[in-house]
Write a protein of this length. Structure first.
Length: 155
């Protein structure tokens, strides 16, 4: 009785682990589509979309190119994501460097840095970014801070 129970428990655990591992394995190329909300000022928010394409070097590390478009602005960036645990549901941190452009005024180019935290569950991710940008316009240097909340689905 003990042997058969132990054997079936081991087989069940091994089989379950294999099935779960297959379900959340992150590898190869990926494409992400997301909906976002950009908070350039505390008073208002801008809805937007995000398109991301990247490559998983392992279950825990992803490099991607990202295009975020909100009403009147766009950001093209390179992004690195590190998933804290090698599991399906896990937190992650992200770092981005890119160009923030006001679509209505192309002369105003901004170099942006973003840091974020997120939570991945299966193919879905929720992320909160703090974007810090520095821009120059007619020899005037200034900087802004924005918040960005994104819900993304990875294919």
């Amino acid at each position: 009785m003990k042997k058969s129970f132990l054997l079936s428990a081991l087989l069940y655990c091994g089989f379950s682990t294999f099935i779960v591992a297959e379900a959340f394995e992150r590898k190869g190329f990926n494409i992400g589509l997301g909906a976002s909300v950009l908070f350039p000022k505390v008073e208002y928010a801008l809805p937007g979309i995000e398109i991301e394409t990247g490559y998983f070097f392992s279950n825990q590390f992803d490099m991607a190119a990202s295009l975020k478009i909100a009403l009147g602005t766009a950001m093209l960036s390179a992004k690195g994501k590190y998933y804290i645990q090698d599991e399906e549901d896990t937190s992650y941190v992200s770092v981005e460097v890119g160009q923030f452009v006001a679509i209505r005024d192309v002369d105003e180019l901004k170099l942006s840095y973003a840091g974020g935290i997120g939570y991945a569950f299966g193919h879905k991710e929720v992320e909160l970014n703090v974007i810090r940008d520095r821009y120059s316009y007619e020899n005037d240097y200034s900087s802004d801070t924005h918040l960005l909340v994104t819900f993304r689905y990875l294919f």
